[in-house]
Write a protein that binds this ligand. Structure first.
Ligand code: MG
Length: 220
């Protein structure tokens, strides 16, 4: 039996295009520059971290707690207005395969986007449970810090060798590797594979279909 730690955005949901657009627009409305590419390169960080860093680098001061929660709330509202995100192609089949095998399935995300958490059960019925989730609300340091993956590993009770991380983003892969876990990169976005490989991914695959093929081959 294994424990599988799935990232959420770009791994379970095809949500990154809307995240990138809502970040870019919300930051601009607050006098900050944060491009679509910045969004993909920073994917995995918590919203609070993204906002603090932008304010420190561009306005040369520390963000206030009020700013961090207000800007994040604006971004989350805009994301919600863009409509729900669909599951990444092929991920339902991967999750069902693992569940049928008896493996444990977790979510490890830097997101605090309640609108996505609310759709987990309708898109993936019976797969996830709150006690098997580590979110922005459960950690003090988000990815690329190993804390989210270490928290999932400790809570799961599994040995590290029996855990698998599934990630689409460079900083998420860095976090998985820093936690000492086998980390699979699925490149669902616009960045080159090299960006995922350079963070130390144990394997990088183009899509979920390829992951399912690999799993089925290895188990037979
Ligand atoms: Mg992701």
């Amino acid at each position: 039996m294994r424990a599988w730690f799935f990232d959420m955005d770009g791994t379970l949901f095809d949500s990154m295009p809307h995240h990138a657009l809502s970040w870019e627009r919300t930051m601009a409305a607050n006098g900050l520059v944060f491009s679509i590419e910045d969004c993909y390169r920073n994917e995995g960080r918590t919203g609070s971290d993204v906002i603090s860093t932008a304010i420190r680098q561009q306005l040369h001061r520390e963000a206030t707690e009020e700013e961090k929660s207000r800007i994040y709330a604006e971004k989350a509202a805009m994301f919600r207005q863009m409509g729900g995100a669909e599951p990444i192609k092929g991920v339902k089949e991967v999750l069902q395969y693992l569940k049928d095998k008896g493996d444990e399935i977790w979510i490890v995300t830097g997101s605090g986007q309640q609108s996505l958490f609310d759709t987990l059960e309708s898109h993936f019925p019976g797969i996830f449970a709150r006690e098997r989730m580590i979110t922005a609300y459960d950690v003090t340091r988000g990815k690329p810090d190993p804390e989210p993956y270490l928290a999932a590993w400790r809570k799961s009770g599994f040995k590290k060798k029996d855990c698998r991380v599934v990630e689409n983003a460079p900083l998420g892969i860095r976090a998985g590797k820093a936690a000492g876990l086998f980390t699979i990169g699925i490149n669902t976005g616009p960045l080159p594979d090299a960006d995922l490989q350079n963070e130390g991914a144990d394997i990088v695959l183009p899509d979920m279909r390829t992951l399912l093929d690999r799993l089925q081959k290895n188990d037979n």
